[in-house]
Design a protein around this ligand. Structure first.
Ligand code: GLC
Ligand code: CA
Length: 556
């Protein structure tokens, strides 16, 4: 395997709107991010992914871009962005940005020109199609609810949008459009970006016949991902994208890819893949309901463990995936993956250890390093997220009461991850001196950076040690390239694995159950490298109490 500069890196996702507000308008901004670079450096991360900061009407929080070459005013200026790049570089930190090129905003100049001349050049930047007997061209349902098609005013045409109606899909079949996107990507890379997180990219290939698909809901529509799964031919687009842009700059790219087809993983992340890596969403997808959040499937510990293990075994034959506990589209991992009795600082450290030492590129989501949790939501009005509001209505339409629908949204909402970063126990968690755009989690008095800085045993300080261990000169190699091998996978409530290199054998083990677990050790312990509470062990036996996690070096 060819070694790459990013193989041994640890990444951190910033959700700019909720990270740090420097001017009191309630919205996080670039100056706020610059002020926290030292904090991130001290945490030990190498790559910072910024969720979208481009100009946008924020219908979908910046994932609706109206100008790919401009910074959203809410966040600052291009000069401030350049300053951020320079300050990051000084600290040896890489910046990557979100690349949202499946769709743009309906306010983007291209779309405005297309509307002005629906049969002209710019209409071909999008999918404008005639309706069928006064109805939409087909029965696809968008990811955010309702038809994927919206009428083009003054015509019998419709335009396609797989997300919100304010997010028209870009026509990748049009070589002119593709070239404009490549120019834009190269422009940012030349500026000094180290790469991109690539949004919703699996959706760029459409079935140009746009047939009706078998309905999968009471609305007689079919989810648009069914088209994604039924169509072939994305390879040509992604190969061209890679060759025209990323490859020329040795950029690091991480794809947001769901719905990968059987056997296609090597095309995506193999030695010659489209991307450096893609996120491993296998554990998150376990809760996917058939119809929405209201019929989400509960994730049991065994399912979670077995899924991660299987994914690790599959991926290591091919390349690297990026491992996450949560991101801006998911509820907080501590609230989701830990049983209630493990939702403690010890349990939080255990979950972090298990995730960060897996084979792959760890991505920490802002606030994860202090153990942020889901918020308590008192009414649907408190949410901002477009998807949450849709899912509330989906749940109501399926017969759930207001209280029940609220409960569903409270546990699944993307806004759980988007509440402001908890910096201190000052008002609004020290995130802003004004009124935050989304409410702060009430638990900020107990969970915040400032108090954890002062506690040697805090989750934050543990994450620092954990990252330092992963990147330490002695163990960096085994945690980067070492083989993953599951351990004790038949032992109830234990998640454990080995990372093995030529001269090292590491055991990472955590007890997620309430009862104490006794593990027979394969080899004698050489060194205890990290733990959240020193366990009892002898030459051939390790005893783990509830929530205890260890990283041991064994004789190899
Ligand atoms: C991705 C983003 C999500 C966004 C969607 C549409 O899934 O992560 O936040 O809503 O794409 O751009
Ligand atoms: Ca601000």
């Amino acid at each position: 395997m060819t070694k790459k500069w990013w193989h041994d890196k640890v990444a951190y996702q910033i959700y700019p709107k909720s990270f740090c507000d420097s001017n009191g308008d309630g919205i996080g901004d670039l100056r706020g991010i610059i002020s926290k670079l030292d904090y991130l450096k001290e945490l030990g991360v190498d790559i910072i992914w910024l969720s979208p900061i481009y100009k946008s009407p924020f219908v979908d929080q910046g994932y609706d871009i109206s100008d790919y070459y401009a910074i959203a005013e809410e966040f600052g200026t291009m000069e401030e962005f350049d300053e951020l790049l320079a300050e990051a570089k000084k600290r040896d930190l890489h910046i990557i940005m979100d690349l949202v090129i499946n769709h743009c905003s309906s306010e983007h100049e291209w779309f405005q020109k297309a509307l002005a001349d629906p049969y002209g050049e710019y209409a071909d930047y999008f999918y404008f199609r005639p309706g069928k007997e006064g109805n939409a061209p087909n029965n696809l349902r968008s990811y955010f609810g309702g038809s994927c098609w919206e009428p083009v005013p003054g015509t019998d045409l419709y335009y396609l949008h797989m997300f919100a109606r304010e997010q028209p899909d870009l026509n990748w079949e049009n070589p002119k459009l593709r070239q404009k996107l490549y120019d834009m990507v190269n422009w940012w890379l030349q500026k000094g970006l180290s790469g991109f997180r690539i949004d919703a990219i699996i959706n760029i290939k459409k079935d140009l016949d746009f047939p009706d698909l078998p309905a999968d809901g009471a609305d007689s529509m079919a989810s648009c991902w069914r088209m994604v799964e039924s169509v072939d031919g994305i390879d040509a687009f992604l190969t061209e994208l890679r060759d025209e842009t990323f490859r020329k700059h040795d950029a690091f790219t991480v794809g947001e890819v769901f719905n990968i087809k059987e056997g296609e993983l090597p095309c995506f992340i193999g030695e010659d893949g489209y991307f450096s890596t893609i996120f491993d969403f296998s554990a998150h997808s376990l809760s996917d309901g058939k119809h929405g959040w209201y019929d989400a499937v509960p994730i049991t510990f065994e399912k979670w463990r077995d899924t991660i293990i299987q994914s690790q075994l599959d991926v290591q034959k091919v390349g690297f995936e990026a491992n996450i506990i949560e991101n801006h589209d998911e509820p907080r991992g501590v609230s989701r993956f830990l049983p209630p009795y493990d939702q403690t600082p010890a349990g939080t450290k255990m979950l972090g250890t298990i995730s960060l030492l897996l084979r792959g590129i760890p991505f920490i989501y802002q606030g994860q390093e202090i153990g942020m949790q889901n918020a308590k939501w008192n009414s649907i009005e408190e949410f901002n997220d477009i998807s949450t509001i849709d899912q509330y209505h989906v749940a109501r339409a399926a017969g759930l009461s207001d209280t029940e629908a609220l409960e569903v949204c409270s546990s699944m909402s993307r806004d759980n991850a988007r509440t402001p970063m908890q910096w201190s126990d000052a008002p609004q968690a020290g995130f802003t001196t004004g009124t935050p755009w989304l409410k702060v989690n009430e638990n900020y008095h107990t969970i915040n950076v400032a108090s954890q800085e002062n506690e040697p045993d805090s989750v934050l300080n543990y994450y620092r040690s954990l990252i330092a261990l992963r990147k330490s000169p002695e163990y960096r190699d085994v945690f980067t390239y070492g083989t993953f091998r599951p351990a004790y996978e038949k032992t109830e409530s234990v998640m454990a694995y080995y990372r093995i290199s030529e001269d090292k054998r590491m055991l990472v083990a955590g007890n997620f159950g309430e009862k104490t677990a006794v593990l027979h050790l394969e080899k004698p312990v050489k060194k205890l490298l990290l733990t959240n509470e020193t366990p009892e062990y002898t030459a051939d036996q390790l005893t783990l109490k509830n929530c205890q996690v260890v990283v041991l070096e064994l004789e190899s």
